[in-house]
Design a binder for this molecule. Structure first.
Ligand SMILES: Cc1cc2nc3c(=O)[nH]c(=O)nc-3n(C[C@H](O)[C@H](O)[C@H](O)COP(=O)(O)OP(=O)(O)OC[C@H]3O[C@@H](n4cnc5c(N)ncnc54)[C@H](O)[C@@H]3O)c2cc1C
Length: 467
């Protein structure tokens, strides 16, 4: 008997064999839990895999890879399911959903942690907080450690402690030929280099080992200012000039209807910034003074808190329909900031645009102190990352957003190429060379040829094996 879904025709006997081999769940359309497991973070990325395997250990993971290969099924590997490019789901293929590989083993004395390939950033952050330890991921607790780490990892602590990959010590992964290998500075160093920025191109990561930092308290939270060309340009400049202890994520967006904002401010364009200062309130005071002097803050919610307090839990039912564009710039001047304001004002006037936002992330600091060729994340010297995004209510409204997203991004980036794997959506095949400049791409292609010559793992920003 066979079961047909999407492009795959599966033999039920073989499926039963897989279910008997693995200790985790094997879900197919119609089985309990399949529909829940099918969905990813973005609501419009709605696909129907033929099989979803939820491994409980490395052997299960290897069995899932082997099953997919034996049955000609395309593989999608899922950590936290936040890819904006549908990389962690696949129509008619096999999803390896790592949600059960969520262990966090902390070695307090050596300040290291071994983290399962399917853990989430928030869960790891909370586990570390119990010991006064931190590791920087991004800004959202439900993002998977798997995806964010393999792409680089830009977050609340990046200017002080670098990208997530700058704190990565070792990786255990299941390769395309079913081997379980450990890559670190001594074992398979080329593979370890490639895994730090090269995404899911090389196998399924079942465990990461990270270096941790001791940070008990930060001064952090939201600072909301009116958005004008001067405040935006000034905010970014101050964030770039600040000591590394301060990392800022600067969003220009309409003010949400938050209770601490005057009703008249709701919907007005504001600078909605998330600031993390590693140190005390007293130490932060002079660093923050220039930001507060730009304009009277509409809300100043900065406070001393454990680092884990920076991660606000999201509602489980938050699944946006969104499009985004990503790039790098050196700064934003007054003209660039005015363009941001004009473009957002024009787009937000359209009834289908629920949210339009420009996010500016001043980089530098510890990120820039790592050599450009030390990892597969190559944009070490870029001063500013930018994301331009739109949220609409229906998938068929997304395409109309792309031209303005592209135009605004190109104007702010001043035409310079560059892209960050974790924020590049499905922008077309040429973008791979923005994410990986020529030398990086060539080296990645050689590593790919060694570890995944048949391109088994291609639901990612795919590097083709060198020939
Ligand atoms: C709301 C939101 C906030 C974000 N904030 C930040 C941020 O602050 N900083 C930042 O750097 N990024 C951020 N991102 C981007 C995020 O890092 C990427 O979307 C990342 O790929 C998500 O990882 P994931 O495991 O959740 O995604 P998934 O969709 O599960 O995976 C993404 C890619 O990684 C691969 N992958 C995942 N886990 C593994 C694994 N264990 N082994 C092998 N391959 C794997 C997948 O196959 C896929 O190609 C954000 C994204 C969203 C949606």
């Amino acid at each position: 008997m066979t079961s047909t879904h999407g492009s795959a025709t599966l033999d039920r006997e073989r499926l039963r064999g897989l279910a008997e081999t693995v200790t985790g769940e094997v879900l197919t359309p119609g089985t309990d839990g399949y529909d829940d497991a099918r969905h990813v973070f973005f609501r419009h990325l709605d696909q129907t895999p033929a099989v979803i395997v939820q491994p409980r250990d490395t052997d299960d993971t290897a069995a899932a890879v082997a099953f997919a290969q034996a049955n000609g099924l395309e593989i999608a590997v899922r950590g936290g399911g936040h890819s904006g490019a549908a990389h962690s789901t696949v129509e008619g293929g096999l999803v390896i959903d790592l949600r059960h590989l969520d262990s966090v083993e902390i070695d307090i004395d050596n300040r290291t942690a071994r983290v399962g390939g399917g853990a989430t950033a928030g869960a790891v952050t909370v586990a570390l907080a119990e010991h006064g330890l931190v590791l920087g991921f991004g800004d959202t607790d439900s993002v998977g450690v798997g995806g964010i780490t393999l792409g680089g990892g830009v977050g609340f602590l990046s200017r002080l402690h670098g990208l997530t990959i700058d704190n990565l010590l070792a990786v255990e992964l299941v390769t395309a030929d079913g081997r379980v290998v450990v890559a670190d500075a001594d074992q398979h160093p080329d593979l370890f280099w490639a895994l730090r920025g090269g995404g899911g191109n090389f196998g399924v990561v079942t465990r990461f080992t990270f270096r941790l930092h001791r940070v008990e308290q930060v001064l952090g939270g939201m600072l909301i200012l009116p958005a004008t060309a001067d405040t935006i340009a000034g905010f970014v400049r101050h964030a770039q000039e600040a000591p590394d202890e301060l990392t800022c994520i600067v969003n220009v967006m309409p003010a949400p209807p938050m209770p601490f904002l005057e009703p008249a401010q709701h919907g007005q364009l504001v600078i909605f910034a998330l600031l993390t200062f590693v140190g005390t309130a007293a130490e932060a005071e002079p660093v923050l003074a220039p930001f507060r002097a730009l304009a009277p803050p509409l809300a100043d919610l900065l406070q001393e808190m454990p680092y884990a307090g920076m991660f606000q839990p999201e509602p489980d039912d938050y699944h946006p329909v969104a499009a985004g564009r990503n790039g790098y710039a050196d700064d934003v001047d007054g003209a660039g900031a005015q363009l941001v304001l004009d473009t957002l004002t024009a787009q937000l006037a359209k009834p289908e645009v629920q949210m339009a936002v420009v996010q500016l992330r001043p980089l530098g600091g510890a990120i820039a102190r790592v050599r450009t060729d030390a990892t597969a994340y190559a944009h070490r010297q870029r001063a500013l990352m930018l994301n331009v995004a739109a949220i609409v209510s229906r998938a068929d409204e997304l395409e109309a957003q792309l031209p303005w997203l592209e135009t605004l991004k190109a104007a702010l980036c001043d035409g310079t190429p560059g892209g960050y794997a974790n924020f590049v959506y499905d922008d077309g095949p040429g973008r791979i060379h923005d994410i990986y400049p020529p030398d990086t791409y060539t080296r990645l292609a050689q590593v790919k040829a060694q570890w995944d010559p048949d391109n088994t793992f291609h639901r990612n920003h795919t590097v083709l094996p060198a020939v």
